[in-house]
Ligand binder design. Structure first.
Ligand code: SF4
Length: 310
C-alpha cells in the first residue's frame, strides 16, 4: 500500500451533530441522569462516550422514571411515543433531525389530502418505524426495492404519494421511484426522494473516490443505514469494500496487493475514529502518502431546541 485517500465530505452530518449537542447541553442544563430513548445516533463510540457522562440509554419509555428528562434520537419517533411521554409527565427534548421531521410533515400532508402513501425504506430501521408511526396503521405501505414497487398493492380508490427514508442509496432510490411512476403515472413525490443532503454528498464523494482507489474502507456502525450504503457503493463499483466500526476491525490481509486505499465514514461516525485508522496505517506503512479528495464543502447547521439555546 502506497497511498491513502480520504473522501470529503465524510462523517458527522448536521443532524447527528445537533443530536449529540442536544444530549451534551441537556446534561449541562439539567444534570444527570438524563435518559435517551434508543441510540441517539447509530454509533457505539458516541453512545459509550455519552454513557460515561451519566446519560442512560433505554429501549422504551416505561424504563424512564416519571417526570424525568428524556431525549428522542435523531431518527425520529412515532406519534404514540410523544403521547406516552406526555402521559408519563416526561420532559421531552427532541433530537429528531429536522430533515426527518420534514418527511413526517410530508406524510401528514398527503394523508390529510386523502392520499395513500408509499414509503421507500428499510423495514425495522428506527427512522422507518418513526415515519410509519406518524399515521394510523394502513395509511402507509412500506416498500424496499424495485421488485416491491412492481408488486405493491394499494387502495384503488385513492390518489398516491411516495416518501422515502433519508439515508438510502441515491441510485437505487432513483430506480424504485421510476418503477413506481411507471406503474402509477399520477403518483406524486419529490423527484429524487427525501434523501438528505448528507446522504447525497457522502455518496457523491465516495463515488468519485472509487475511481481512484483499489479498495474502500468506510468507518461506521453495521446498523447505520447511510454507512452501509457507502460501503455498498464501493462494492457496486467493483472494489473490495469493508465497513469497519473502528481501527480494531482492520484485517491486514485486506491490504495484500492493494496500492491505493480510499477511506470515508458514515454520518454518525466521529472523525476521531477515522483518524485512528489513518494513524494506524501511517505507523504500519512507512512513507504512506495521505491525501484528501474534496468533492464539496458542507456548511449546513441546525439550531438546538429553544430550551437548550444559551
Ligand atoms: Fe439528518 Fe441526514 Fe444526518 Fe439523518 S443523515 S441525521 S437525515 S442530516
Amino acid at each position: 500500500m502506497k497511498k491513502l485517500i480520504l473522501a470529503t465530505p465524510r462523517g458527522f452530518c448536521a443532524g447527528v451533530d445537533r443530536a449529540i449537542h442536544v444530549v451534551e447541553k441537556a446534561v449541562e442544563k439539567f444534570g444527570t441522569p438524563i435518559y435517551v430513548r434508543h441510540e441517539i445516533v447509530h454509533n457505539k463510540f458516541v453512545v459509550e462516550t455519552l454513557k460515561s457522562k451519566g446519560v442512560v440509554f433505554v429501549d422504551e419509555l416505561n424504563q424512564v422514571p416519571e417526570g424525568s428528562v428524556v431525549i428522542f434520537s435523531a431518527h425520529g419517533v412515532a406519534e404514540s411515543i410523544y403521547e406516552e411521554a406526555e402521559s408519563r409527565h416526561l420532559k421531552v427534548l427532541d433530537a429528531s433531525c429536522p430533515l426527518v421531521l420534514k418527511v413526517h410533515f410530508s406524510a401528514k400532508r398527503h394523508f390529510n389530502a386523502g392520499r395513500h402513501i408509499i414509503l421507500i425504506g428499510h423495514a425495522g430501521h428506527a427512522e422507518v418505524i418513526g415515519t410509519l408511526g406518524q399515521l394510523p396503521e394502513g395509511a402507509i405501505t412500506l416498500i424496499r426495492n424495485e421488485a416491491d414497487a412492481e408488486m405493491v398493492q394499494v387502495p384503488e380508490d385513492k390518489e398516491l404519494a411516495y416518501i422515502t427514508q433519508t439515508t438510502l442509496s441515491v441510485a437505487e432510490t432513483r430506480k424504485i421511484i421510476d418503477a413506481l411512476k411507471k406503474r402509477f403515472p399520477h403518483i406524486i413525490g419529490p423527484e429524487a426522494g427525501d434523501l438528505c443532503y448528507a446522504t447525497g454528498n457522502r455518496q457523491a464523494a465516495v463515488l468519485e473516490l472509487c475511481s481512484k482507489v483499489d479498495m474502500l474502507l468506510v468507518v461506521g456502525a453495521k446498523n447505520s443505514s447511510n454507512s452501509s450504503r457507502l460501503m455498498e457503493l464501493g462494492l457496486e463499483q467493483g472494489l473490495p469494500s469493508h465497513l469497519i466500526a473502528d481501527v480494531n476491525d482492520l484485517d491486514m490481509s485486506w491490504f495484500n496487493g492493494v496500492e491505493t486505499v480510499g477511506l470515508s465514514s458514515g454520518a454518525s461516525a466521529p472523525e476521531v475514529l477515522v483518524q485512528g485508522v489513518v494513524d494506524f496505517l501511517k505507523a504500519k506503512v512507512k512513507g504512506l502518502q495521505v491525501e484528501n479528495l474534496v468533492k464539496l464543502v458542507e456548511n449546513t447547521k441546525f439550531n438546538l431546541p429553544k430550551t437548550l439555546q444559551d
